[in-house]
Unconditional design. Structure first.
Length: 367
């Protein structure tokens, strides 16, 4: 144990001596979380729609059919109560709900008809687009269904924004930046630190020392694990006190899921280090295989639901996608951990598989 502590201390000295590395590790999270003020979004498609229609008249059914027939919405649930609708939002099964008032068709001619659009606003740009699309379709149906000669009465849908009523873009990009930073530090920096020893020829010196190879690997990984935890705390503090993004759910479960994701990222870094021999190769693999897909396919910037099927399949294999999804549920929506078990289970499975492959590959290279 004393040998492991000595090696960990040595790795900390190496990191702290390099000012450029320290700037990347500790400065980049602060810069990114401030600069990511506006998330880039694409055209919204395949929005999962729930409907609460107590009137069930010809006009309300026409509105529902028109929404379902559009390329933007998919009718997935018909609910019978507001409580059932809220449960679907909490479980992440719907993105928008349309709530009709009673006797909708009769009240339409008098101007007393009401429609409410309930939207998951954790992604404010996406929520705004969804509301605009739905409002346009509802207005078109309303004009078509009124009898000839009757003065049109415009019914403006009421909008209820869940989880992010102020429509702050920070609610969307904070979970994404958390996933990006932790992936960068744990995977990329860990792989480079181990490959650097191979490239400089010092790994052989370490391997002939009395320290077991497992302790050498752990000594390389522990400093980045600690720095990742520091960055996690920094991001959360900036989010709450500077960007005013509250932690709506359990802080302890949020930290626990983050530590699991850090472990997955470390395993990825070890895997990259086992299949590369130069720092340039490790940088290229980390950038092309990890960083770019994490930014583009994880849901950090672009909604996964709007991507083509092949890209959605690829995103299923990205750990950052499940971590960002879990953080949005725990931090922004404030759901219970039982509703994030799918994401946690996938991350745990990835961690086990990656760490087994990494150690097996690394051991084979040492022989």
């Amino acid at each position: 144990m004393k040998q492991l502590i000595a090696f960990v201390r040595k790795e900390f000295y190496h990191i702290f001596r390099d000012r450029r590395t320290m700037l990347i590790l500790l400065g980049m999270p602060i810069v990114q979380i401030i600069l990511f003020g506006f998330a880039i979004t694409t055209e919204v498609k395949n929005v999962r729609l729930a409907v609460l229609d107590p009137s069930n008249d010809v006009i309300s059914r026409q509105v529902i059919d028109r929404l379902d027939a559009s390329e933007y919405f998919i009718l997935t649930h018909r609910v019978q109560s507001p409580q059932e609708m809220e449960k679907l939002f909490a479980e992440g099964d719907v993105d928008m709900a349309v709530v009709f008032g009673t006797q909708f068709a009769n009240n339409l001619y008098t101007g007393h008809a009401s429609i409410q659009l309930v939207v998951d606003a954790t992604d404010p740009n996406m929520a705004t687009t969804q509301v605009n699309y739905a409002s346009g379709i509802i207005a078109d149906v309303q004009q078509e269904m009124l009898p000839p000669g009757l003065t049109p009465v415009t019914i403006v849908p009421q909008v209820k924004l869940l989880y992010n009523p102020q429509m702050k873009s920070a609610y969307n990009f904070v979970p994404g930046v958390m996933g990006l930073i932790l992936m960068l530090i744990c995977a990329m920096m860990t792989s480079i630190s181990i490959v650097r020893e191979k490239e400089m020829g010092t790994m052989e010196i370490l391997l002939v020392s009395p320290v077991k190879p497992l302790f050498i690997i752990l000594a390389k990984a522990v400093p980045y694990f600690v720095l990742s935890f520091v960055n996690l705390a920094t991001i959360l503090l900036l989010s709450v006190y500077v960007l005013h993004v509250p932690v709506a759910g359990s802080l302890w479960w949020l930290i626990g899921v983050s530590l699991l994701f850090i472990f997955v990222s470390l395993a990825l870094g070890l895997l990259i280090s086992s299949i590369t021999r130069t720092q340039v190769a490790a940088m290229l693999i980390s950038g092309l295989v990890l960083m770019m897909p994490t930014m583009l396919l994880s849901g950090m910037i672009f909604p996964v639901e709007s991507m083509p099927l092949p890209l959605r399949v690829i995103s299923d294999f990205l750990p950052a996608r499940w971590y960002i999804q879990a953080v949005r549920k725990l931090m922004i929506e404030g759901v219970d951990i039982s509703l994030v078990l799918t994401e946690v289970g996938i991350l745990f499975f990835m961690a086990v598989v990656l760490i087994l492959i990494s150690f097996k590959k690394f051991k084979n290279r040492l022989e």
